[in-house]
Design a protein around this ligand. Structure first.
Ligand code: FMN
Length: 303
């Protein structure tokens, strides 16, 4: 099926990117171009991909010398970006335009770097591939540094923006007692967010809880899944092992919590399934829903 270009031309403006200033040096002379299609594509080795159109002087330089600089523009650099993206090296030596660019000396490659950016990376080409109407250049990062005082420039619908405030993720605050906090914090073992899978089983105004006499706790049946494990399968295994026979509904819900005990905090995400009990062992018992006393201050419908 052929894509409607008229619609695509409008829709494609709704992507949101940053803008990098790609620097190069070669037969075309020292140069800079703007490229919104620039991104890190591997951690180890650290690789950056840039997608460059075939007419650009930058592409010629980079294919020839196998080196390029990625200078991620900061919010003060809209003029530099407009120059780098609005003119070709064929038309003008952009880097010589007065007051347009400041420079930093590269440590590992023979390419100028741009001052005032949020990030400067020196790259050596490892792969190139024509992709549609652009050429993908993948560079191995041989040196990188960043400036914590700078903020990135944001590009959307052909306009430049400043980045807004960080969005505080919504987490339900739950005060829990010391025993319970110790249990979760031990399980989290320093992890920023503890991931748990649990099951909410209600019947006739009651909620099923697991009793731990050792820790004097009552808590909904839950466990910490291994990374990459299928959660529903793992839950079914856990229930079987706990001798709890339950029919599990396949549509879970997510609860993002922050456990608090005094000054201590632990973030926890609970993927909660719902189920209906068929048979259970003695370590479980029913607790009336109206008491809401599960996890002490944690309401049953919060988990
Ligand atoms: C904000 C902005 C983003 C751009 N992103 C890209 C890009 O990702 N890839 C690309 O090939 N051209 C991109 N361009 C266009 C090039 O920067 C432009 O064609 C430039 O003149 C090429 O310079 P050169 O011929 O000196 O290499 C962008 C332009 C602007 C203004």
């Amino acid at each position: 099926m052929k894509l409607d270009r008229k619609i695509a031309q409008k829709s494609q403006r709704y992507f949101m990117t940053g803008v990098s200033l790609i620097t190069s040096n070669g037969s075309q002379g020292q140069n800079v171009m703007a490229a919104e299609w620039t991104m890190q594509v591997s951690y180890e080795p650290m690789l950056i991909a840039v997608f460059i159109h075939e007419d650009s002087s930058t592409l010629k330089n980079v294919l020839e010398t196998k080196a390029f600089g990625v200078n991620v523009a900061s919010e003060e650099q809209t003029t530099s970006v407009s120059i780098a993206g609005g003119y070709s090296r064929k038309e003008i030596d952009k880097l010589r335009i007065r007051n347009a660019f400041g420079f930093v000396k590269a440590k590992k490659i023979n390419v100028p770097l741009i001052a005032g950016c949020i990030l400067n990376a020196e790259c050596e080409v490892v792969t190139t591939k024509k992709i549609g109407d652009h050429v993908m250049i993948v560079g191995n990062v041989v040196f990188i540094c960043h400036d914590v005082t700078k903020k990135p420039l944001v590009y959307h619908q052909g306009k430049y923006f400043k980045m807004g405030h960080a969005i505080k993720p919504f987490r339900q605050e739950v005060k829990i007692n010391c025993n319970l906090f110790d249990l979760f914090s031990k399980r989290a073992n320093g992890k920023f967010v503890l991931k748990c899978v649990g099951i909410l089983i209600k019947s006739k105004g009651n909620l099923l809880v697991e009793r731990s006499t050792k820790l004097s706790l009552e808590i909904i049946p839950h466990f910490e899944p291994a990374r990459g494990q299928d959660y529903q399968e793992a839950l079914e295994k856990y229930l079987k092992k706990s001798k709890l026979i339950v029919t599990v509904k396949p549509k879970p819900f997510l609860k993002r919590l922050i456990f608090k005990n005094g000054h201590r905090m632990q973030r926890a995400n609970f993927i909660m399934f719902e189920g209906r009990v068929i048979e259970m062992s003695s370590k479980f018992r029913w607790k009336p829903l109206k008491h809401n006393s599960l996890l002490k201050n944690l309401d049953y419908d919060v988990v």
